[in-house]
Design a protein around this ligand. Structure first.
Ligand code: NAD
Ligand code: MG
Length: 391
C-alpha cells in the first residue's frame, strides 16, 4: 500500500547499518511510504549481497562498506553506479553529508558513536536505534544535540512510547517514567538454570526478532538497563525517577506517570516498524496497514517486578548510572566483549554480569569525561575484559 507524506515534504534519509534488523525494517517502511523519504546513503559492515540488493532498489547517492575486504569484493562485482566508500571514516562522511535531513543510527554498540556525533555536529537530526551510543557517551552527545539544535527521535519502542505519551505535556509535570520489559526468554529460569543457559536458548526471544547482540542483552536484562540510561539522557529524568516493570506480553511499550498521579501508556503489537515510522514523521502520524491490536483476543496483560538477583546486569546498569562519569561506558564496553564471547560459546551466561562487575571494579572512573576520555576508557575496558576471557 502506498501512503503519502503528512506535511508533503520528503526527508532525505541515510541509514547507518541498513543491512541489520532495524536497517531492513526501516527500508520496509520507506518502501511502503515512498513520499516520506529519499534515501541518500546506505551502509553495511560485511553484508555486501544485501547491500547490493538495497542499492539497486533504492538508488542512494552512495554506499559505505565499513570492512575493507568486503568493500573490495563489492567493488569488483557490483552493478551499482553510485559512490562506493569504505572504512570507518567513510561512515562519518555519509552520516554528516550536508544533504541529510535525518540519519537512522542503527549500528550496533560503540561503533556508532563517531558517525552519530559527526551527523549531530553537521546539524543532521537523528533517529536513534543505537542506544549504546547514549550509554557510553550520553553527556557529550546530548551536549552536541543541544549545541547544534538537532532533534533526536527515539526508535527504541519504549522510548518511542514515552515520547508519544509526552506529546502535549510539560516536562515539569513528569513524575516517573515506567519502562516495560518482556523479561526475555529466561524470565522463569532459576539462578541455577541460568548458570547453564545456552546461546541457542538465549537467542530465542519470546516477542521480538532482533540482531544477535541485543537479543543476548534482552536475555540478561542488560538491554533494559541500557534503556534506563538511554531514557535518562533522552528525557533528562534522573534514575531515581525511572522504574522497570516486567510485562511479558509486550503490548504496553512504556508509561509516563504525571505529578497528579495520572499515568499515560502507549500500546501496540510488538512490531518495530511502528516506532521506526513514528521516528520518521514525529510528531505527526501517517496511515498504515500494520496489523491492528485486538485486546479482547489478548485478554490479559500482566506485570511483575524485575528480579535483580537473577538478572544482575540490570542492577549493574543502575549502579553505573548512579556512579556517573565513565562508569556506563565501562559497562557498555565490558558487556560488548562479554556478549561477543558468549555468542562464540567461550564463556557462560552468568559470566557476562561477572565480567562487567569486574571491569567496573578495575577500571578507574573519570568524572565529567571528554569524548577522548570515553574512547580511552572504552579501549582500556575492552583490553581488560578480553584478557580475563583468555585467562
Ligand atoms: P544488527 O546486528 O541486526 O545490525 C547491525 C548493522 O550494523 C548491520 O547493518 C551491520 O552491517 C552494521 N554493523 C555492525 N557492526 C558494525 C561495525 N563495527 N561497523 C560498521 N557497521 C557495523 O543489529 P540491530 O538489531 O539492527 O540493532 C541495531 C541497534 O538498534 C542496536 O544498538 C540495538 O540495540 C538497537 N535496537 C534494535 C532493535 C531491534 O528490534 N533489532 C530494537 C531496539 C533497539
Ligand atoms: Mg527496547
Amino acid at each position: 500500500m502506498v501512503h503519502s507524506s503528512p506535511a508533503g515534504r520528503t526527508k532525505t534519509l541515510s541509514i547507518l547499518g541498513s543491512t541489520g534488523s532495524i536497517g531492513v525494517q526501516t527500508l520496509d517502511v520507506v518502501r511502503d511510504h515512498p513520499d516520506l523519504t529519499r534515501i541518500n546513503w546506505l551502509t553495511t559492515n560485511r553484508r555486501i549481497e544485501d547491500l547490493e540488493r538495497q542499492a539497486l532498489e533504492f538508488s542512494p547517492k552512495g554506499v559505505v562498506i565499513a570492512d575493507q575486504q568486503s568493500a573490495e569484493t563489492f567493488r569488483a562485482n557490483t552493478r551499482f553506479k553510485g559512490r562506493i566508500l569504505s572504512g570507518h571514516a567513510a561512515l562519518e562522511e555519509a552520516a554528516a553529508d550536508a544533504d541529510n535531513d535525518l540519519l537512522m543510527s542503527a549500528l550496533v554498540g560503540f561503533s556508532g558513536v563517531r558517525p552519530t556525533m559527526a551527523a549531530m555536529n553537521a546539524g543532521v537530526d537523528i533517529a536513534l536505534a543505537n542506544k549504546e551510543t547514549l550509554v557510553s557517551a550520553g553527556e557529550p552527545m546530548m551536549r552536541a544535540a543541544a549545541t547544534n539544535g538537532i532533534n533526536i527521535y527515539p526508535v527504541d519502542s519504549e522510548h518511542s512510547a514515552l515520547a508519544q505519551c509526552m506529546v502535549g505535556e510539560s516536562s515539569t509535570a513528569i513524575e516517573r517514567l515506567i519502562l516495560t520489559a518482556s523479561g526475555g526468554p529466561f524470565r522463569r529460569h532459576s539462578l541455577q538454570e541460568l548458570q547453564h543457559a545456552t546461546c541457542a536458548q538465549a537467542l530465542k526471544h519470546p516477542n521480538w526478532s532482533m540482531g544477535s547482540k541485543i537479543t543476548i542483552d534482552s536475555a540478561t536484562l542488560m538491554n533494559k538497563g541500557f534503556e534506563v540510561i538511554e531514557a535518562r539522557w533522552l528525557f533528562d529524568v534522573d534514575a531515581a525517577r525511572i522504574d522497570v516493570l516486567v510485562h511479558p506480553q509486550s503490548i504496553i511499550h512504556s508509561m509516563v506517570q504525571y505529578v497528579d498521579g495520572s499515568v499515560k501508556a502507549q500500546l501496540g503489537l510488538p512490531d518495530m516498524k511502528l516506532p521506526i515510522l513514528y521516528a520518521l514523521v514525529a510528531p505527526e502520524r501517517v496511515a498504515t496497514n500494520f496489523e491492528r491490536m485486538n485486546l479482547a483476543d489478548i485478554a490479559t496483560l500482566t506485570f511483575e517486578a524485575p528480579d535483580y538477583e537473577r538478572f544482575p546486569c540490570l542492577r549493574l546498569a543502575f549502579d553505573a548510572l548512579a556512579a556517573g562519569g565513565t562508569a556506563t561506558a565501562i559497562v557498555n564496553a565490558a558487556n560488548e566483549i562479554a556478549v561477543a564471547a558468549f555468542l562464540q560459546e567461550k564463556i557462560a551466561f552468568m559470566d557476562i554480569p561477572r565480567l562487567v562487575d569486574a571491569a567496573l571494579n578495575k577500571i578507574v572512573n573519570i568524572a565529567d569525561p571528554s569524548l577522548d576520555d570515553i574512547f580511552a576508557v572504552d579501549a582500556e575496558t575492552r583490553t581488560f575484559v578480553s584478557s580475563n576471557i583468555q585467562a
